[in-house]
Design a protein around this ligand. Structure first.
Ligand code: CP
Length: 305
């Protein structure tokens, strides 16, 4: 039995296979619509979500399976003091696979240690979000045609932005990928990524607190929201939240083929006027997210075509 807790749980070859399957699903959706008939997915979301939870549910429904779950800790027996371990052991009696989001880093890993069904980490605190990364990799592959030889600028809350941590971990596995890290001083990338990946793998990367001068070097600009829910202090959030706002004027600094990505939700960091720019890919990411999750569910359930 396999779990997906961090993106590193999948090899580069396996990620390539998932992307290939997702692309086939996009081209031939009808072919897959009964492949998980009789299987059940539980979405256990102890933290809010729109895209991840609903795309997991849509993915399983489109595979012919069924879904159940909860969308807040308050509506489950967690509110009565039940542990994550006991919740997962219980839900594992009803379903074949679990997608779980939790505000505490490491909660899905802990759950996987006592689960009798595969656990998918759907985001744990400020740590990791591997299925968003699969979505991002599918988007990059479809929009840029490759996952190597790219310069990716990541902008915003690099400290708490779990999608950024997982994406750097994944992209560091491909040849000649360069990173530009744009953030305020207080929201710089954490040491476990800086030392554990960027320095350890001797990657080419720069840090800056200024956007315009580096935009022209990026093949991909990955914008992120300042993660209000991870701040200890509201005043710090208010001071930092609007540090970087991508608007039509700043888009003039980007190359004609630079793609703009964002895991969403956005708050204020991309002006809605940018949405009509053909380089804006964040709603394509949303669309692709369902297909890569379909491919992942099939893989973890060991269901094939
Ligand atoms: N990208 C993402 O994780 O969005 P949600 O929080 O809406 O699931």
């Amino acid at each position: 039995m396999r779990h997906l807790i961090e993106i590193g749980d999948l090899s580069v070859e396996e990620i390539g296979e998932l992307i290939e399957t997702a692309n086939d699903m996009i081209a031939n959706p009808d072919y897959y619509n009964e492949i998980c008939k009789g299987k059940k997915l539980a979405t256990l979301f102890f933290e809010p979500s729109t895209r991840t939870r609903l795309s997991f549910e849509a993915a399983m429904l489109d595979l012919g399976g069924s879904v159940l779950g909860f969308s807040s800790a308050e509506s489950s027996s967690t509110a009565k003091g039940e542990s994550v371990t006991d919740t997962v052991r219980t839900v594992g009696c009803y379903v074949d696979i679990i997608a779980m989001r939790h505000p505490k880093e490491g909660a899905p890993l802990l759950a996987s240690m006592s689960s009798e069904v595969p656990i998918i980490n759907a985001g744990d605190g400020g740590h990791s979000h591997p299925t968003q990364t699969l979505t991002d990799l599918l988007t990059i592959k479809r929009e840029k045609g490759r996952l190597d030889n790219l310069t990716i600028a990541l902008c915003g809350d690099l400290m708490f932005g779990r999608t950024v941590h997982s994406l750097i971990a994944a992209m560091s596995c491909y040849e000649n990928v360069k990173f530009i890290l744009i953030s305020p001083e207080e929201l710089r990338i954490p040491d476990y990524i800086r030392v554990g990946i960027l320095q350890k793998k001797k990657l080419e990367w720069v840090e800056t607190d200024e956007m315009e001068s580096v935009l022209g070097k990026a093949d991909i600009l990955y914008m992120t929201r300042v993660q209000r829910e991870r701040f200890f202090n509201e005043a710090d959030y208010l001071r930092l939240r609007d540090t970087f706002i991508l608007d039509t004027k700043k888009m003039e600094y980007a190359k004609p083929d630079t793609i703009i990505m964002h895991p969403l939700p956005r708050v204020n960091e991309i002006s809605p006027k940018v949405d009509s720019d053909e380089r804006a890919c964040y709603f394509k990411q949303v669309k692709y997210g369902k297909f890569i999750r379909m491919a992942l569910i099939m893989k973890l359930l060991e269901v094939s075509k």
